[in-house]
Design a protein around this ligand. Structure first.
Ligand code: PRP
Length: 188
C-alpha cells in the first residue's frame, strides 16, 4: 500500500458519496440542465467555474451537457479567511469574457452558509446576464445564514467536514475521486 493510500485510510472516516453515486448524479444533473436550456433554444451557455473547488465537478458535468457551452473561471477571496460575518468576497481573478445578455450557469462545489453564493449573484447579476443560475454539487442546508438556494443541487449533506472531488482541506485531497468525511483529528 502506498503512503498516500495509507494516509487516506487513516484520515478519511467514511466515504459519504462514492464514485458511482457521483457519476450517476452528475449524469442526472446534466440531463436536467440540458433539458431546461434546450427548451429556451439558446445559442450559448456560459458555464463559470468558481475556483478552485468546482473544477472536477465542472469538467465531469460539462462533458455531459447536450448544449452549446463556453467556459470561464472566477476566483474569489473567501470571507471565511477574514471575518465570517462580513459576507463579502473580493474578485481575485475575474472572468475573461463579458456575460452581458448571455445565459450563465455558475458551478460551485458546495453551498454552506450561502454568503459566497449571495455575493456571486450580486457580482454577476450586476453585469446584466440574460439569465443567471447556480449549480452546486453539495449543499449543507443546516449551515445556511442567508435565505438562498442553488437552482441545481447534486446532494444535500449533513454538517460534516468533507473533502475530495474538488473539495480540500488546506489545499489537499482535491484529487480524491469520492466525497469523504475527514476525521476531526485531521483538522483540529
Ligand atoms: C468554498 C466553496 C464555496 C464556499 C461556500 O470555497 O467553494 O465557494 O466555500 O461557502 P459559503 O456558502 O459558506 O459561502 P473555498 O473558500 O473553500 O475555496 P476553494 O473553492 O478554492 O476550496
Amino acid at each position: 500500500m502506498s503512503a498516500w493510500q495509507k494516509h487516506l485510510d487513516e484520515n478519511i472516516e467514511e466515504i459519504l458519496i462514492d464514485e458511482q453515486m457521483l457519476a450517476k448524479r452528475v449524469n442526472e444533473l446534466a440531463k436536467e440542465i440540458s433539458a431546461a436550456y434546450q427548451t429556451l433554444d439558446i445559442d450559448e451557455l456560459v458555464v463559470i467555474g468558481v475556483l478552485r473547488g468546482s473544477v472536477i465537478f465542472m469538467s465531469d458535468l460539462i462533458r455531459r451537457l447536450i448544449l452549446p457551452v463556453t467556459i470561464d473561471f472566477l476566483a474569489i477571496s473567501s470571507y471565511t479567511k477574514g471575518t465570517r460575518t462580513s459576507g463579502t468576497v473580493r474578485i481575485l481573478k475575474d472572468i475573461a469574457e463579458s456575460i452581458t445578455d448571455k445565459h450563465v450557469l455558475v458551478i460551485e462545489d458546495i453551498v454552506d452558509t450561502g454568503l459566497t453564493l449571495q455575493c456571486l449573484l450580486d457580482l454577476l447579476g450586476a453585469r446584466r446576464p440574460k439569465s443567471l443560475k447556480i449549480c452546486t454539487l453539495l449543499d449543507k442546508p443546516t449551515r445556511r445564514l442567508v435565505d438562498l438556494e442553488a437552482d441545481y443541487v447534486g446532494f444535500q449533506i449533513p454538517d460534516k467536514f468533507v473533502v475530495g472531488y474538488g473539495l480540500d482541506y488546506e489545499g489537499h485531497y482535491r484529487q480524491v475521486p469520492y466525497i469523504g468525511v475527514l476525521k476531526p483529528e485531521a483538522y483540529q
